[in-house]
Ligand binder design. Structure first.
Ligand code: ADP
Length: 612
């Protein structure tokens, strides 16, 4: 047991001794990076490489990292003396500044960094960016370096040219000597294979004036493939992004380019994306600062993407579908929604709100329809009850109406019997009596038919009817009751017919209710009981029906209430007659109201629209 404990203890002690050493190895690498650019940092390409790098470094979460940067400007200055001067300058400037790693952008810069390392930064891990495969193979021997390799095969640029010009038969290759352009050096060996079947116009290493002349006269089915031009060939130097603009001013064909910063004058292609190159390099540099050994960090390929310029695509009529898979399109016109974001949102919200409102209203309408159907049903039932009650009230006059013809039938039959008993029965007289009997029978049958019709439980149904006729029938029905109650009943209708769309049984019920109410109201007055029914035309589109009486009228404060359900001033009243009358009239799209006449008595009016 004790042996095991002592062995364990030994391991613990060993770890305790080793741990601080490992930690200090990590902490020893200073958190500062020197970035050396091959070209002028103020040119757009190298500026974006540095911006991409700085962006990633600034987001490094563990510790703050100091960035130093220098432009070696090697495309414009070179030679041993210049290199020596640069070395001295860097040595002097950074001797008091501890560095964690040095990043060289471009092959020439990386080469110088590796050459100077032993003297300036012994043992320093180096990160390179934007060097091609050939340079990488050459520099690989130098240990303690990793970085980002970029690769633009000429075949990719040709593929982009074919996407832009579908029936391509000629390519114009424009640029400085590829041997001087690190990224494009490999095109020398690739040109034969990748341009097979195409005519090639080489405009390489020419003066700008010559380039501009030639690109203006290219054949129809051709595209320009631009690598990079760094000067006008007459001692003026500029970034290749400026050169491509000068070329585009004269070019009569689309320009396939190989760097993101050439988009605009260039239509696009497989392009170097400088910010991606800088970002990739920064990620590797940060791993070194955080203590990872450079030998454990494999170099990566990166920084190239198919990107195309939308305005140029429009100009050369290039569809999105013909671009290589995964292509990104830049500078596309913003869609209406992108351009008017808030306005679009407001419009969308308004449409949504409106749609919601419409849904709500439709739902409401559905509910209302249901309610209307239900209320029609109720009204029909209630109206039926009310008709039964009215018929009950009118039973004496109905009995009277029936008794009259039945009585005269009996009298006539008895008379006929007597005549037949005589020796010489007068057949002519008997014929007359039989005709009377037939007429009386028809009269009784008519009363029963009307009563049946009135008491029928029928659903609300409108049809073309003559309102004068409906009024006439109702008044006929009421006549016996009126004379039994000492009421003079008058009917004044407009001449001719009054065509309306309505349910005759229900309209008769309204008239009956109003006349019976009038007769009830006049029960207390000793004489002069009069009810007048009137039909009148109202402005040619509707008709007004009035029932007025000579009763006591309606107390002014009750005028509005009489139509309320269950409002009654009668001992045996139900208070539903007027409420049903109003429901029926409203269902006929009419109006009903009551008023007191100036000369005394109440008057009820209702309107109904005339049939079109
Ligand atoms: P009911 O006849 O069962 O009372 P109605 O709804 O038909 O029910 O009438 C309601 C009330 O309106 C009556 O009780 C009465 O007070 C008043 N009324 C109706 N018609 C007249 C009228 N022509 N003159 C005076 N009052 C009336």
């Amino acid at each position: 047991m004790s042996g095991i404990i002592s062995f364990k203890g030994l391991i613990v002690v060993l770890f305790a001794l080793l741990a601080p050493t490992c930690l200090s190895a990590q902490q020893q690498r200073p958190h500062s990076i020197l970035v050396l650019d091959q070209s002028d940092l103020r040119g757009p390409f190298y500026y974006q490489v540095f911006a991409g790098l700085r962006d990633v470094v600034s987001k490094h979460s563990d510790r703050r990292v100091t960035l130093y940067s220098e432009s070696l400007d090697l495309s414009r200055f070179n030679g041993p003396a210049y290199e020596e001067a640069l070395k001295r300058y860097l040595k002097e400037k950074y001797q008091g500044k501890p560095l964690g790693t040095v990043v060289g952008i471009g092959a020439a810069t990386t080469e110088l960094v590796l050459k100077w390392r032993d003297e300036l930064w012994p043992g320093m891990p180096i990160v390179f960016a934007m060097i091609d495969e050939a340079d990488f193979a050459r520099l690989k021997q130098k240990s303690n370096a990793t970085g980002v390799i970029v690769k633009i095969p000429l075949a990719d640029s040709i593929q982009a040219a074919r996407a832009v010009v579908p029936d391509l038969d000629t390519v114009a290759l424009v640029g400085d000597d590829w041997n001087n352009l690190v990224i494009y050096r490999n095109w020398n060996s690739e040109i034969a294979a990748s341009t097979a079947g195409l005519k090639v116009i080489e405009i390489i290493g020419q003066k700008m004036s010559e380039i501009r002349k030639q690109v203006a006269e290219l054949p129809d089915r051709s595209a320009i493939i631009y690598s990079a031009v760094y000067s006008d060939g007459e001692d003026t130097f500029y970034p290749p992004a400026t050169a491509v603009k000068l070329i585009a001013e004269k070019a009569n064909r689309p320009i396939v380019v190989a760097a993101e910063t050439f988009l605009g004058p260039g239509i696009g292609g497989y392009v170097l994306v400088p910010s991606m190159i800088g970002a990739e390099a920064a990620k590797l540099a940060l791993r070194i600062l955080d203590g990872t050994s450079v030998s454990d960090i494999q170099p990566v390929y990166g920084g190239v993407k198919p990107i195309f310029d939308w305005p140029q695509m429009q100009r050369w009529n290039v569809g999105e579908a013909s671009l290589p898979e995964g292509s990104e399109i830049r500078f596309r016109d913003p869609t209406f929604i992108e351009k008017y974001r808030w306005q679009s949102m407001a419009i969308a919200s308004a449409i949504l709100a409106q749609a919601g409102l419409i849904m709500f209203l439709l739902h409401e309408r559905h509910l209302r329809r249901n309610a209307e159907l239900e209320s029609h049903q109720r009204m029909t039932e209630l109206a039926h009850v009310n008709r039964q009650a009215t018929t009950g009230e009118l039973s004496s006059s109905i009995a009277h109406e029936l008794n009259q013809p039945l009585g005269s039938i009996l009298t006539n039959a008895e008379t006929a019997e007597l005549i037949l008993k005589s020796d010489k029965p007068d057949l002519g007289e008997i014929r007359e009596i039989l005709a009377d009997i037939k007429r009386d029978d028809q009269r009784a049958g008519e009363v029963i038919r009307r009563l049946r019709g009135f008491l029928k439980r029928t659903p609300f149904e409108t049809r073309d009817i003559d309102l004068n006729e409906v009024m006439g029938e109702a008044f006929k029905f009421l006549s016996v009751q009126a004379s039994a109650r000492n009421v003079a009943l008058y009917l004044q209708t407009v001449p001719g017919t009054l065509r309306i769309k309505g349910d005759p049984i229900q309209l008769q019920q309204v008239i009956l209710n109003l006349v019976v109410n009038a007769m009830d109201a006049m029960a207390t007055i000793p004489y002069g009981r009069t009810v007048i029914g009137r039909t009148e035309l109202n402005d040619g589109s509707s008709v007004v029906i009035s029932i007025s009486d000579s009763g006591p009228g309606i107390p002014a404060d009750k005028l509005a209430q009489v139509f309320d359900p269950f409002f009654t001033t009668k001992d045996q009243g139900m208070g539903i007659g007027l409420s049903i009358a109003r429901t029926i009239i409203l269902a006929h799209k009419g109006q009903i109201w009551a008023e007191n006449q100036s000369g005394g008595g109440a008057a009820f009016h209702f309107t109904l629209p005339l049939a079109a």
